[in-house]
Design a protein around this ligand. Sequence first.
Ligand code: SF4
Length: 71
Amino acid sequence: MDEIIRDDLPICTAECFANKKGRCIALKNVIDELCPFYKTEQQAADSRHKAEKRLWDIGREDLIEKYGGEI
Ligand code: SF4
């Protein structure tokens, strides 16, 4: 199914995990071309896996969906 992306989201041209059809789904405002939140799809997946592992390690599996799950 095609993802519906709101047209009021900020425009971004970076090849970033949060760029969906030319719009940023992570931020309300795009800061500049050197966005500190830029991540590749692989970097974002690695961060999610690391967060999930940490939640398992500290016994907070209840938070995995919120902080370690897929976006
Ligand atoms: S997080 Fe930054 S680099 Fe990524 S899509 Fe949003 S504005 Fe662009």
